[in-house]
Design a protein around this ligand. Structure first.
Ligand code: AMP
Ligand code: MG
Length: 709
């Protein structure tokens, strides 16, 4: 499971019952549900908050929504502490231990200093817990930290250090009272955690859990919190923005962040997002992180022991491993067609912004109109688009209105020009008329605050119309993906040059360059490299310095002259993808200087098919777009073909007279067949015997986002 439908962020408190009037240092909960920010919830006591959270967990599970709940206190203690207290390192066991001891009331009266005293007595010397309201009382809890030696365990956890949090889970009094919050929070977590479907990150397997409890720390997004320019209570702003930040990340990114924990996390817990504050801050600001993290070096690794990977498995793997690699820029709306939208686009204004008339006619209050002939006096003036009527229209009177005009005060219904007679300052027509007839309601298309367009969308002309209508003049889009194209082979010479015997013209480069330009990418022509290790290495270096992805053709197999695969293998980040696909030779997928390389077969037919089937969707994700599955259509075959099981097959095809024809020869060097074709027929992995008229799947080239017809 990836993604959460609901994010709730809890700012916990160890204090007494808070006042009725929302105030700081109480418990605040920020919630984003299905992308919509809710008003932060204010809880006066821990008992009230726990009840609210229990209801939330129940209600979201009922609605089949997956929830992540973040709490701003440590889920664990520095390694060694828990073992010293309970004889085991298991943090969840310690939660139970605490739960059995901590008491709390609606008024917030609790025994945390007594429990801290009990723990401190287990340690020689003063501490580890310190800090209390007055110097006298609780003799086992020192008033100050001075003199406490943290030798059995450290004062801070690895994640506190990594997140640069100055607080310690042993500090019970004076801000920050993190230690008290944990003592008063962990017993509650112990109870929540026992509910069905609830898992605790990172102690338990959370990947399939309905509800995941995580530790968070608002300090990570402090710069964004500081920017809130209002009288909003700081704690409320913190939870609201952190909920927004986590909800605003792409599901894969949040999933990736959940996978990033230090080796101490199993014992000590971890703060979600540590080391990735910039990304969270950008998301809290409602922006997209300007520079995404690079792909991992092992992103193309295939499962071991599989000889020929089925096409669907290979695609699933790419879909899982590829992430956006390009940053964000703002472009004028007018220039945004074909670009990839970087973040969700929220309507700044409703469409239509005001109720208006859908036709030319006469407007009035619909309530007073019954059946039969109607005669209404006309008020002076009219309402036109862009020229609203300033006054109001009294009940029982009508006014001239023109299409697109805001409805004047007193008008909610319009009768069409064609249905009226006008004379003597009056308008006559027949009732009844539906209340609201011929008008458009404010926001009937889109309400302010609605999500107008989803992140990852490749913007169409109609998207630009929508973005404009809801108030945007510029858009945050992904920078264009830069794709370098390189041909390899001693036999390959420049098109149009003198070719001697044994030489052939470079057919792949013009094809791949124009193909990628057609996908909306910036293409970089890297020319040709001879079958020579040094030359290929230099070409890859140059490509990696300028591009976000490299496409090469030729030299991708395992032969003596297959330098692409040999070089990628040297880097340790190369995978030979043997895919059960015809036409196709092994693909060499790897990373060169942090840049993904798609080593395509040299054969032009295989090069095109492998680009369309694999590189195209992968590059789509790298460019920030959502995964792209080309739309195929089931059509009758206009050919006969027998096919053995074991490999998926793509035939060069085109539609004529309602049927799919295929090219007469399947020879994979037949470039003329590529040029003849307007799409591909996809035959399944198993054996088939296609007869004319049988249904087959036809994928027009335009479905891949390029017009090959
Ligand atoms: P290779 O993958 O290098 O073994 O090449 C497979 C076949 O594709 C050979 O017949 C090559 O001559 C041919 N080939 C490789 N690169 C190109 C190219 N850029 N244009 C046309 N044919 C090529
Ligand atoms: Mg070659």
């Amino acid at each position: 499971m990836t993604g959460f439908d609901t994010i709730a962020i809890v700012d916990w408190s160890a204090g007494k019952r808070a006042p009725v009037r929302p105030s700081k240092d109480a418990i605040w909960i920020g919630v984003v549900r299905s992308g919509e920010e809710q008003k932060p919830v204010y809880c006066r006591s821990r008992i009230e908050a726990e009840a609210w959270l229990t209801d939330l967990i129940e209600a979201e599970a009922q609605a089949a929504r997956r929830v992540l709940i973040g709490f701003d206190f440590p889920f664990g203690y520095p390694r060694g502490f828990v073992r010293h207290v309970i004889g085991s390192d298991d943090p969840l066991q310690f939660w139970d231990w605490l739960e059995a001891r901590i008491t709390d009331t609606e008024a917030g009266e609790n025994n945390r200093f007594d429990v801290a005293s009990e723990i401190n007595r287990m340690f020689d010397g003063p501490g580890p817990f310190w800090g209390k309201p007055t110097e006298d009382g609780w003799p086992d809890v020192p008033y100050r930290k001075a003199g406490i030696s943290y030798d059995i365990c450290a004062e801070r956890r690895a994640c506190d250090l990594a997140a640069k949090a100055s607080s310690s889970c042993f500090q019970l009094f004076f801000n920050p009272t993190v230690g008290s919050q944990a003592l008063m929070g962990l017993p509650m977590l112990a109870r929540l955690q026992r509910r069905a479907g609830v898992s605790v990150w990172p102690f338990q397997d959370w990947s399939e859990a309905q509800t995941v409890l995580t530790e968070i720390w608002p300090g990570l997004i402090e710069p964004a919190v500081k920017e809130v320019q209002s009288d909003e209570i700081r704690d409320a702003a913190q939870v609201r923005l952190l909920a927004r930040a986590l909800a605003g990340l792409m599901p894969e990114r949040l999933n990736a962040l959940l996978k990033i924990v230090g080796p101490e996390a199993r014992d000590e817990a971890w703060i979600l997002g540590t080391g990735h504050a910039d990304e969270l801050i950008a998301a809290a600001r409602g922006q997209v992180a300007l520079e995404p993290p690079p792909l991992r070096n092992d992103c193309f690794a295939l499962p071991a022991g599989v000889d020929w990977t089925p096409v669907d498995d290979a695609l699933a793997l790419l879909r899982d491993r590829m992430t956006v690699v390009v940053g964000v820029e703002t472009v004028p709306l007018m220039q945004a067609a074909g670009r990839v939208l970087a973040g969700d686009l929220v309507a700044k204004r409703s469409n239509p912004p005001h109720p208006n008339t859908a036709v030319d006619g006469y407007g009035f209050a619909g309530a007073g109109i019954g059946a039969g002939p109607q005669l209404l006096p006309l008020v002076e003036g009219r309402a036109a688009a862009g020229a609203p009527f300033a006054g109001s229209v009294p009940e029982g009177q009508a006014i001239r209105v023109l299409t697109g005009a805001d409805l004047p005060d007193g008008v909610d219904t319009v009768v069409l020009d064609e249905d009226v007679r006008v004379g003597d300052g009056q308008v006559a027509f027949h009732g009844p008329l539906k209340h609201g007839a011929n008008t458009r309601k404010a926001g009937e298309d889109m309400m302010q605050g609605d999500r107008a367009l989803e992140a990852g969308r490749v913007l169409t002309p109609a998207d630009l119309a929508l973005a404009a209508a809801v108030g945007h003049g510029s858009l945050q889009v992904r920078k264009r993906l830069r794709v370098a194209v390189l041909s390899t082979g001693d036999e390959i010479v420049e098109p149009g040059s003198q070719a001697s015997e044994g030489q052939i013209f470079d057919a792949n480069r013009p094809m791949l360059l124009s193909l990628c330009a057609g996908f909306g990418f910036n293409v970089i022509d890297m020319g040709r490299a001879a079958d020579d290790r040094t030359a290929v290495r230099a070409a890859l270096d140059a490509a990696a310095a300028q591009a976000d992805v490299i496409l090469t053709s030729g030299g991708a197999s395992a032969g003596d002259e297959d330098h692409i695969s040999a070089l990628l293998r040297e880097t340790g980040a190369m995978q030979e993808w043997r895919i059960a696909l015809k036409p196709g030779r092994p693909l060499a997928l790897g990373m060169w200087e942090g840049v993904p390389v798609f080593g395509l077969p040299g054969n032009p037919v295989a090069a095109l098919v492998c680009t369309l089937i694999f590189a195209r969707p992968a590059m789509g994700v790298l460019s920030g777009a959502r995964w792209y599955a080309p739309q195929g259509f089931t059509v009758p075959a206009a050919f006969e073909k027998r096919k053995k099981p074991g490999r998926r097959e793509f035939l060069r095809a085109r539609m004529r007279d309602g049927g799919a024809e295929v090219f007469k020869s399947e020879g994979s060097g037949r470039i003329s067949g590529l040029s003849w074709a307007e799409g591909l027929v996809e035959l399944p992995d198993g054996a088939v015997h296609v007869q004319p008229g049988d249904p087959v799947r036809y994928i027009p080239f335009s479905s891949f986002g390029y017009d090959g017809g």
